[in-house]
Design a protein around this ligand. Structure first.
Ligand SMILES: Nc1nc2c(ncn2[C@@H]2O[C@H](COP(=O)(O)OP(=O)(O)OP(=O)(O)O)[C@@H](O)[C@H]2O)c(=O)[nH]1
Ligand SMILES: [Mg+2]
Length: 376
């Protein structure tokens, strides 16, 4: 149990045990298909990070379908070998995809189902073929899977608009225009765009249980991650308010809410996809302690959080109301989200694997946020 006199190492150990208990999320299952070379792999990389295509390579499901998955990411991508021009192969490929959807549905387990199909079309192609339109319509109406038509490599928006109109007429689906990677032209660089909208649309049309998985797995839409983190804070505030009512003799009430806050930090960390090893945990706990000294970290955490709540001051005898318990938790949650946000925007693809860098940057950011009283 964490007491007034607990030090950073002791609290960090407790946190670390708590982190290990955080439930593994179910994997959201997405089929990515379209003709060869449209940019499927480039898009998967941009959305989920290179580790998805580097380390997740290679489990053949059929001749035409490969499953990409990585233990650390709650998503399974079924990457299909391009739908070829040859009519025989087209039929084989589309049959394979429909077969996979049916097979997964037959399991009767919602977590196993295919939750979305991303159908990619190169925005530079002259036409959207009839067989493509038929296939997309069939996925939608017969197989009842949310289907998104994606116009890839969209650096010439005007030209792409014509194709988009044609596709919408043929399928009744408004395509999402994307450029997964910056595109270099003689006139300058066209920055990547559109993937955040794709993630937002997809998230909105999959079952709620899978929504958190997709938000966690993707790295493109930071706002969705922040919203999910805020939801976790709100849930924890309810739990903390309840703990505020259940006094334990000899222990400050304020300390009783720390375990709930600990699992809050752990859950939020997972949403952002950071490695959370012991060193990172120790750095995070240490940064909430501030400068007051690591030997009495328990008390220091609480008094640091209290500083940020106007009108509360110190707590006599450690008794806190449910409202204060919720407020303390809110401060810790908001501080952590602010610190993560500041860091997230500066990270590049490979940095996510660098737990030393993550630990240090996060700890520094928490200190900065906590030193300003106006945490929102
Ligand atoms: N700059 C830029 N290049 C892209 C983009 N999308 C695709 N490309 C390029 O287009 C080529 C094909 O992209 P891939 O992602 O390999 O296409 P694919 O659909 O996975 O191809 P297959 O797996 O062979 O079916 C590569 O050279 C990419 O670099 C993009 O958004 N921006
Ligand atoms: Mg590919």
């Amino acid at each position: 149990m964490i007491t007034e006199n607990s030090g950073v190492p002791e609290i960090a150990s407790t946190v670390y045990e708590e982190v290990k208990k955080v439930k593994v999320m179910p994997k959201v299952n997405i089929i990515v298909t379209g003709k060869t070379g449209v940019g499927k792999s480039t898009m998967i990389n941009a959305i989920f990070g290179s580790r998805m295509t580097d380390t997740g390579i290679g489990k053949p499901v059929t001749d035409n379908i490969q499953m990409l998955s990585d233990d650390r990411i709650p998503v399974k991508i079924y990457d299909t070998v391009g739908l070829e021009l040859d009519a025989g192969k087209q039929v084989k490929s589309t049959d394979d995809i429909c077969g996979l959807i049916e097979k997964k549905r037959e399991t009767g387990k919602g977590e196993e189902y295919i939750h979305a199909v991303w159908y990619c079309v190169n925005s530079g192609s002259k036409r959207f073929e009839d067989f493509e339109a038929d296939f997309v319509r069939e996925l939608k109406s017969k197989y009842r899977v949310p289907v998104f038509v994606i116009l890839t490599q969209c650096y010439a928006k005007k030209k792409a608009a014509e194709l988009a109109n044609y596709i919408e007429e043929a399928t009744a689906i408004k395509p999402t225009a994307i450029l997964a990677e910056d595109y270099e032209t003689d006139a300058g660089i066209i920055p990547a765009y559109g993937l955040d909208a794709l993630i937002e649309k997809t998230t909105a049309s999959i079952p709620e249980l899978m929504r958190d998985s997709l938000i966690t797995a993707q790295r493109i839409n930071l706002e969705l991650k922040i919203d999910l983190a805020k939801k976790i804070v709100a849930q924890t505030q309810v739990a903390a308010a309840a703990a505020g009512f259940a006094p334990v003799p000899g222990v400050s009430d304020a300390l009783l809410i720390i375990p709930a806050q600990i699992s809050m930090i752990a859950r939020i960390t997972k949403v952002f996809g950071f490695p959370f090893d012991k060193a990172a945990v120790t750095a995070i706990v240490g940064s909430f302690v501030g400068t007051s000294g690591a030997t009495v970290a328990g008390r220091a955490i609480v008094s640091n959080l209290l500083k940020c709540i106007p009108g509360v001051g110190t707590i006599a005898g450690g008794a806190i109301s449910a409202a204060t318990a919720a407020a303390l938790t809110g401060v810790m949650g908001s501080a952590y989200i602010a610190a993560v946000r500041a860091m997230y925007e500066t990270l590049s693809d490979g940095d996510f694997e660098n737990s030393g860098l993550i630990a240090k940057t996060l700890a520094d950011n928490i200190k900065i946020v906590m030193s300003k009283a106006d945490i929102k």
